[in-house]
Design a protein around this ligand. Sequence first.
Ligand code: CU
Length: 70
Amino acid sequence: MSETNTYTFEVNPMTCSGCTKSVEKALNNLGGVDNISFNLENKTVVLTTEKTSQEIIDAIGKTGKTAELK
Ligand SMILES: [Cu+2]
């Protein structure tokens, strides 16, 4: 079993439910990501994953957004 970690990322731009949907889709396509929870006010996403934080940043980057580990 792989080690899982919980990370918080700030994502920009993230202004509406369309943004969260595209990020969520990218994370689901990546796989190995659970408990995805968005906060639009803080522009953050919290998730649990066996991936590295860099893999998450790269996956979110493919949506044209930037992700920064908090
Ligand atoms: Cu949006």
